[in-house]
Design a protein around this ligand. Structure first.
Ligand SMILES: C[S@@+](CC[C@H](N)C(=O)[O-])C[C@H]1O[C@@H](n2cnc3c(N)ncnc32)[C@H](O)[C@@H]1O
Length: 205
């Protein structure tokens, strides 16, 4: 399909395309869309955003059968990613409820380097449509599971102390992310007593 590269320099990119408006993709996603050897999209909405910049390869994922479908195509995509830069781009932010999850796990097992690019998630974007400014804790669930498995704590200043309290609510594993995507970013399981203003604690059950 294209010139074979040395596998050490190849990458599988996971790109977030935002909720639907093509102007809501990031500059980083756009740069990668333009530079990779091939880009896969699971569905027409993602296809229509990417095709403004280059022709993507459409994967027609049957509704409700995402996992089975991805099992079938994952090996092919992974084998291509061993010798080429490949991207997989989804609507919203690819880290949430995404067909990419299975491909990500298989790629990591196969020793493929994966870079994931965040974007505007549907559930944050809708507040722009609703003109609602959220300053209270809120929950993101699916229609068949109202129980959260992950808690995200903003405005955390005393992470170690807070994690101790959260253990009483069933959260067992904690990660502190300070200054994400900023200079001096820090991601740690060893929770400090105090953290920077730009800190988020993630707790998992
Ligand atoms: C498989 S999940 C993918 C979520 C996506 N990764 C994200 O970050 O928004 C698909 C669900 O996301 C929601 N969704 C995605 N894009 C949306 C949009 N533009 N407007 C409303 N809901 C959307 C719907 O609830 C849909 O059933």
């Amino acid at each position: 399909m294209f010139n074979v590269k040395h596998s050490l320099e190849c990458m599988l990119y996971a790109l977030s395309l935002g909720p639907g408006d093509p102007e809501l993709i990031t500059l980083k996603a756009l740069r990668i869309i333009k530079s990779v050897d091939k880009i896969y999209v699971p569905g027409r909405y993602a296809y229509n955003i990417v095709k403004r910049y280059r022709k993507p390869t459409l994967l027609e994922v049957p509704m409700g059968k995402g996992k089975d479908f991805m099992m079938k195509v994952a090996d092919k995509i992974i084998s291509e990613a061993k010798s080429h830069d490949i991207a997989f781009a989804t609507i919203g932010d690819i880290h949430f409820f995404s067909t990419f999850k299975l491909l990500f796990e298989k790629a990591i097992e196969s020793g493929i380097k994966v870079e994931t690019i965040p974007g505007v998630a549907s559930f944050s974007s809708i507040f722009s449509r609703l003109k609602i400014f959220v300053s209270k804790p809120f929950k993101v669930v699916t229609q068949d599971n109202f129980n959260d498995e992950i808690i995200i704590v903003l405005k955390v200043t005393r992470p170690r102390n807070l994690a101790e309290k959260l253990k009483d609510f069933g959260y067992k594993k904690f990660l502190l992310v300070e200054k994400a995507f900023m200079e001096n970013e820090r991601i740690t399981e060893n929770l400090p007593d105090k953290s920077d203003y730009f800190s988020i604690l993630v707790g998992m059950k």
